[in-house]
Design a protein around this ligand. Structure first.
Ligand code: FES
Length: 132
């Protein structure tokens, strides 16, 4: 176990390792991001965390970058190596893989792919079925 000094950290990269994302190369994506960061000697600047499901399974494999609040979809080992070089190191997000981004105090869809359903609608539907 380690306790990292985060004082040099510029970005927190969350890599979904829920079931759908693992079936879509989630483990390989995680290892590729970490390897590319290490290749550039940038471990102090970019902190990575594996997560459980983030509720965007149709977008698997999902990767999120903060503080920008950019959610990426359909990431592969190849695209995350580009993400490290372009977004993390150069500040140029990969627009073609963005599904949402944080803007004006809320997440905005980019129009790339499925919008999804609001959680409140899903909860009402489950309540109607009596499964809550
Ligand atoms: S498993 Fe990754 S979003 Fe659901």
């Amino acid at each position: 176990m380690s306790t990292w000094d985060l004082s040099e950290t510029k970005h927190h990269v969350l890599i979904c390792n829920g079931g759908s994302c693992l079936r879509n190369q989630g483990d390989e994506v995680t290892l590729a991001i970490r390897a590319e960061i290490a290749l550039h000697g940038a471990e102090d600047y970019f902190h990575t965390t594996r997560t459980k499901c983030n509720g965007r399974c149709e977008d698997a494999c999902v990767v999120m970058v903060y503080p920008e609040g950019i959610w990426y979809k359909e990431m592969t080992p190849e695209t995350v190596r580009t993400l490290v070089r372009e977004h993390l190191l150069q500040g140029n997000p990969l627009y073609e893989h963005m599904s949402y981004y944080f803007h004006n105090n809320r997440f905005s869809p980019t129009g790339n792919g499925t919008r999804g359903v609001l959680r409140s609608a899903a909860v009402k539907k489950e309540a109607k079925k009596g499964s809550l």
